[in-house]
Design a protein around this ligand. Structure first.
Ligand code: MTE
Length: 324
């Protein structure tokens, strides 16, 4: 049993051995097909499920915060994933509709190794780490999430971008029958982008799991971006395309509301969203869930979500009010 599991209050009995993985997965798939869900006291919101454990070992990262973790229940039941619906409970409610097998990622644009890679090809050379990051949402809540994954930089190096690659663009899968996709809530596919130096920063990761288990649909299965010093919407879920491009790419929220959502999206308590302040946050840590968080007091939000020491130099000389 790993220390972080103890910290998170996970009992050894909850950790299954390899022999049980397959059977449990089959059981979960059968339950999902039968529409079996639990409740966490909010009618219509399903309870957190057990996921499929990732293979050991999972290496602890030096980048982890020691802040109190958010519970698995909170991380997997209070989400933003508009392809599955706009309500915070929609992602867990409809997660099983997201089809994640088989999965491939198209890598294209300004690089020497473009191609269509299976998820296995993408992951094979990379050891899986556990990185506990603070995550801050633009709607002023925050969580502390034990991500499992690897540095995006390690994948980028394998793809060998050329000198024209100034940005990296990402796209999410579009499955027409997902509830949010069929309602055209955004202009699909969900798109995001990073400057190449942001993408290469050691804190930027591709995540394939949380709490030592494969990502669930609501969190962006099977693979998603995680950028801890930026607002949550930069961390694009269920990635199917990674493109190396010369010009700053379009991003979903920047396209839909440029005044409210800039390209950089660095967490900045001094720059209010046009409709609300960004100076404080409600931390959904420990047993605090989406609902009980409403009764917890707010804490001050830190510049760049507390990661300024590591990343502020990426923005030297930039006006971060204009480049928000
Ligand atoms: N990725 C896709 N494809 N679609 C989305 O709607 N929402 C974003 C981001 N990634 C979103 C997405 C927003 S607004 C947030 S806050 C985070 O996912 C939430 O991640 P989480 O639900 O795992 O906490």
């Amino acid at each position: 049993m790993q220390d972080w599991m103890k910290m998170a209050g996970i009992r050894s009995s909850e950790i299954t051995d390899q022999a049980l993985f397959k059977r449990r997965r089959q059981f979960l798939q059968a339950s999902a097909a039968a529409g079996v869900t639990g409740l966490i006291g909010v009618p219509g919101i399903a309870a957190a499920k057990d996921g499929v454990p990732l293979p050991e070992p999972i290496i602890k990262s030096e980048f982890s915060t020691t802040d109190e973790l958010s519970s698995k229940e909170t991380i997997t039941t209070y989400n933003n994933f508009y392809e599955l619906g706009t309500d915070k409970g929609d992602p867990v409610r409809y997660a099983d509709r997201l089809r994640t097998e088989p999965w491939s990622i198209t890598v294209d644009g300004e690089c020497d190794n473009p191609g269509v890679y299976t998820l296995e090809d993408i992951m094979k050379p990379h050891a899986i780490e556990e990185r506990i990051y603070r995550m801050r949402c633009v709607e002023a809540w925050s969580m502390v999430i034990p991500w499992n994954g690897f540095a995006l930089a390690d994948l980028i190096k394998r793809m060998k971008p050329n000198s024209k690659a100034k940005y990296v663009a990402f796209e999410t899968v579009v499955q027409d029958d997902l509830p949010g996709v069929s309602r055209n809530v955004l202009d699909w596919p969900y798109r995001e982008g990073l400057r190449i130096d942001e993408a290469m920063h050691p804190l930027t990761m591709l995540s394939v799991g949380i709490y030592g288990e494969e990502l669930l649909g609501q969190n962006g299965a099977p693979i998603r971006l995680v950028v801890p010093w930026k607002y949550g919407y930069k961390s694009i879920k269920s990635v199917v395309r990674i493109s190396f491009v010369e010009e700053q790419p379009d991003t979903s929220w920047n396209l839909s509301s440029p005044r409210e959502y800039g390209f950089y999206s660095n967490v900045n308590p001094d720059r209010s969203h046009p409709r609300w302040s960004q100076a404080k946050e409600r931390r959904l840590a420990g047993n605090t869930s989406g609902l009980s968080a409403l009764f917890t007091s707010k804490t001050k939000t830190q510049f760049m979500n507390g990661y300024a020491e590591q990343v502020a130099s990426l923005y030297d000389g930039m006006d971060l009010q204009t480049n928000h």
